[in-house]
Design a protein around this ligand. Sequence first.
Ligand code: FE2
Length: 398
Amino acid sequence: MWFFFSPNIIYGPDSIDFMENISGDKCFIITDKVVKDLGYLKILTDVLDKSGKKYEVFDDVVPDPREEGVLKARDLCLNYAPDIIIALGGGSVMDTAKVVWVLYEFPEFSLDDIHAFRNDLYDMGKKAKLVAIPTTSGTGAETTFITVISRYEDEIWKKFFFLHRGLIPTYAIIDPIFPAGMPLELTVNTAFDALAHAIEGLGTLWRNEFSDALALKAIELVFKYLPIIHKDEKNLEARDFLHQAATIAGLAFGNGQVHIGHTLGHSWGSMYHVHHGKSVGIVLKYVTQFIMNDSEKDDAIKIYAKLAKQLGWVSWSEVDKKAAEKVIEKLVDLQKEVNFPMSLKETGVSKEDFEKGLDSLVNLCFQDASSVLTPRSTSGAEFRKLYEYAYEGRDIDF
Ligand SMILES: [Fe+2]
């Protein structure tokens, strides 16, 4: 037995209007100040006003949401008693909303009650539907069941995973009106998050026929449309396809997961407060080389060779090793084309700070659940070397 879980997806221009078709008339909107200030909240509330739905807004979500903030939103939600919860924003908003949704449906729960090994969480939606409306094109969180919430422990903010397939939103509305105005650097960073979901997703131990097909399509779309946006930020067709690509990559990642690229990226992001997409995007090349260098099996070579052949980057007769290397070459070309950093050094962390933080970075890697599904088990010494190589921008030779 295996699974493929997905929200109902409405996408393309004007898909926000679908809100009118969702039954229920009290909406609890979870968002953040940036989304509000950019005018995106108003786009949503105009649609709600038009369809006669009432709403209350919680706009205090912060990046890397913390437990206290989530509990505050839960209290307000319980008090308002909505029949629709709407998440409008990026990954942090989605994560907050999913947890609030569980704590609203099951008010007796604490965060630690949210885990994969319980059946009652498959029964979500009795009190409210969750509608996820992403405003960035990257996290794919509108499709996934994993939330990341921070807690302060041992004098550091640590990221904890609270997950269950029941947390997948009821609806995801993928309307390009929201990411259309994203600044270019954020567009590129978030697109590299989507790309990491798809490229790592192809290699994980949970990869499957469904996730493979979606990862392939997402990679094709990011490679095609990100350079177009880089040249012409206002290209709405490209924005629409990139927005779809992020959701498609989210479906691949939500059902096949990711591996040590996200482990290294999460730790880097926690330590040095670097954007998630930037962190995982930079290490993507290095972890892909690492799994392709596995001396015990050549699965990764075969997977990435097939990718290069399916996307027409090499001929079908090309030998697998060379074809797989083409994926790295194409990735580097894309990074250069859209001005994406090639090394962790370029995230502005000094050599001194990096060396000082290296032990903690490696320790954090062992606390990050993303590494569980890596196709090549990774020792502490290897995590260390991966960071050192990725910091300097050296190709992985081990
Ligand atoms: Fe990610």
